[in-house]
Design a protein around this ligand. Structure first.
Ligand SMILES: [Zn+2]
Ligand SMILES: [Zn+2]
Length: 358
């Protein structure tokens, strides 16, 4: 601030008589123009994606069958899956990009970096996002984990209900309170699943997410397709605790949006909110720096209250921390070699290690 006012004074001294230059006002005009350009570009992008998705829906059948090694794999309700993703593409991702751009400015925002100066790590994030939209990672995950993800929350919920008659209901609460309550339930199980991801066995699969050497909004979607720990624990407990489908949907929208925000370049710790209620980008950055090895670290929870309760709170951080892992990655749009290497490392983890001789 002081520096810019000093510049303004200097500029005033050197100005020609009769002109009143105001570099600060010009800078603000520039920032406003940049913000308008970001918002315009993103809405244009949303319109193009909307047209592409509408066309894809017209061209795609609603069901696809693939025969593999004598077994047929049915992918049903393709249109429904596309419609679900539409919310993500048309609302959450653009909203997160716009929010980040408006806060950190055009020169530092993810949209500009990914569009005009993509790094190898950024290209991997974009590739993962696109493969996720096309459900290619989804199908790959099912094949890689031998169908483990088929044991979805619905199956477990039905089994629990019929075996134990479990039925807890927060139904009488108003909808916003239910969303908040179930967000903490979600985050509790997400916290433990995430700690499992950082255990020796599961780390090679979760390492893929941590391999990003810079944050960008789409970094949230960079997940190894075989990383299935979350499947068992994320939505199922909410369903068991009686969350209606609409509440589960809202909590998922909230956590997806939060995922985008915590991987953004927004340099904020959200004050007391970031300390107790929702994780902030700087705290999540500290999680990414601390996890350069398979040792347990900190800041696992989307609701940091769980980190405080279970002793994994590591204090405050800032956006200048370098992030990444110590395992080398090729990165880039061609994601297959890194995905396969991590997948093999995961299975190698089951081979008993020979004790190192002293
Ligand atoms: Zn992690
Ligand atoms: Zn992360």
């Amino acid at each position: 601030m002081e520096q810019s006012s000093a510049l303004a004074v200097d500029a005033g001294r050197n100005a020609l008589p009769g002109t009143v230059p105001n570099p600060e006002a010009a800078r603000r005009r520039d920032v406003r123009a940049h913000r308008a350009a970001i918002i315009f570009a993103l809405f244009l992008g949303m319109a193009i994606l909307g047209l592409a998705e509408w066309q894809a829906l017209k061209l795609l059948p609603d069901q696809v069958s693939v025969r593999l090694l004598g077994h047929s794999l049915n992918i049903r309700q393709l249109h429904q899956r596309f419609a679900n993703n539409a919310a993500l593409i048309f609302f959450l991702l653009p909203a997160a990009l716009i929010l980040e751009g408006a806060i950190v400015g055009w020169t530092r925002c993810s949209a500009r970096q990914l569009l005009f100066r993509p790094t190898a790590s950024g290209k991997t994030d974009v590739a993962c996002f696109l493969l996720g939209q096309a459900h290619i990672l989804d199908v790959a995950g099912r094949l890689l984990m031998l169908g483990a993800s088929m044991l979805s929350g619905v199956w477990i919920r039905d089994w629990l209900a019929s075996t134990f008659g479990v039925s807890i209901n927060l139904g009488p609460l108003p909808m916003p309170l239910q969303v908040v309550a179930y967000f903490f339930v979600y985050s509790f199980f997400d916290y433990w699943t995430h700690r499992l991801d950082h255990s020796r066995l599961f780390w090679p699969l979760h390492r893929y997410h941590h391999a990003a050497d810079e944050f960008s909004v789409v970094n949230a979607t960079r997940q190894h397709p075989a990383a299935f720990t979350a499947i068992f624990f994320i939505n199922m407990p909410m369903a068991v605790l009686g969350a209606p489908p609409a509440v589960i949907l809202y909590v998922n929208v909230l956590t997806t949006a939060l995922g985008f925000v915590i991987h953004s370049k927004i340099d904020s710790d959200f004050g007391w909110i970031g300390r107790y209620v929702i994780q902030s980008p700087t705290h999540h950055r500290l999680h990414h720096i601390l996890d350069i090895s398979e040792q347990p670290a900190g800041h696992f929870a989307m609701a940091p209250i769980w980190d405080h309760l279970f002793g994994t709170w590591r204090g405050d951080a800032d956006q200048s921390l370098a992030i990444g892992v110590d395992t080398p990655y090729r990165h880039g749009f061609w994601v297959v070699p890194d995905l396969l290497r991590d997948y093999l490392d995961f299975w190698k983890g089951f081979i008993p290690r020979r004790r190192a001789t002293p």
